[in-house]
Design a protein around this ligand. Structure first.
Ligand code: URA
Length: 204
C-alpha cells in the first residue's frame, strides 16, 4: 500500500501540473481574476470520495472545494450521516472556475478528467459519490458502467459496482447539493440518498 508521504507527494505533483496548465481555456480567466485552481481537500486515505462539477467564485478565491452555499449544504448532509469533511475527500471534475459559473464544456472536462483519474488512483476510495450530472456522466463509462448510464433523475441514490485498476468501487450518483438550496423537496431527496452512503460505508 502507498505510504502517506508517497500519496501526498503524488497529489502535490498533480497540484503543480494543474497550477501550470497554461493550455487550459480557463487558465487566462484564473490568472486575470487572481483565482486559484481547486484540487481537492480531505483525507488522503478516505474511504469515500465526493466529486462535484467545478469551482464557483468562493472556491476559486480560496482554492478550497465546496466552501460556498452549496458547500454548507454538503456539510449539513455529511453531518446528517455522522461524517465530517476530514473523514472524506472532496474534489471536482473541472479544477478551474468556468466564467460566470457556466456549465463546463466537454473539452474542459476532457482536459481536467485525467487529473481526477489520478486522484482516484492515489486515494483509492471504496465509494465514489458523484454530485451532479457532469461527474456522473464521466464516471459511469470510466468505471466500466456505460450501459447503466441514465438521466440523474433515474439514478440518484442507487448504487453500482464499478471497476478500477485497484479493484471494485461502489458508485453512488447524487444530485448536486446546490439544487437543494432553494428546493425543500430536493433537500429531503438528498438526505434520503445520503443514507445510502451511510449504509454502504457500514457494509464495507
Ligand atoms: N459546486 C461544485 O460543483 N464544486 C464546488 O467546489 C463548489 C460548487
Amino acid at each position: 500500500m502507498a505510504s502517506k508521504e508517497n500519496k501526498t507527494e503524488r497529489l502535490r505533483a498533480i497540484r503543480d501540473e494543474v497550477w501550470n496548465l497554461a493550455n487550459s481555456p480557463l487558465y487566462k480567466y484564473r490568472i486575470e481574476n487572481k483565482y486559484y485552481p481547486v484540487l481537492g481537500e480531505g483525507s488522503h486515505d478516505a474511504k469515500i470520495m465526493f466529486i462535484g462539477e467545478a469551482p464557483g467564485e468562493k472556491e476559486a478565491l480560496s482554492g478550497r472545494p465546496f466552501c460556498g452555499a452549496a458547500g454548507k449544504m454538503l456539510d449539513t448532509l455529511l453531518e446528517s450521516i455522522g461524517l465530517l469533511r476530514a473523514d472524506v475527500y472532496i474534489t471536482n471534475i473541472v479544477k478551474d472556475r468556468p466564467p460566470g459559473n457556466r456549465d463546463p464544456f466537454p473539452e474542459e472536462i476532457a482536459l481536467y478528467a485525467p487529473f481526477l483519474d489520478r486522484q482516484i488512483e492515489i486515494i483509492r476510495p471504496r465509494i465514489i459519490a458523484t454530485l451532479g450530472r457532469y461527474s456522473m456522466q464521466y464516471l459511469f463509462p470510466h468505471l466500466d458502467l456505460a450501459s447503466a448510464l441514465k438521466p440523474i433523475s433515474a439514478l440518484h441514490g442507487a448504487s453500482f459496482e464499478g471497476k478500477t485498476s485497484y479493484g471494485s468501487v461502489t458508485l453512488i450518483p447524487l444530485y448536486h447539493p446546490a439544487v437543494a438550496l432553494y428546493n425543500g423537496s430536493m433537500r429531503e431527496t438528498l438526505k434520503e440518498d445520503f443514507k445510502v452512503i451511510q449504509k454502504t460505508l457500514s457494509s464495507h
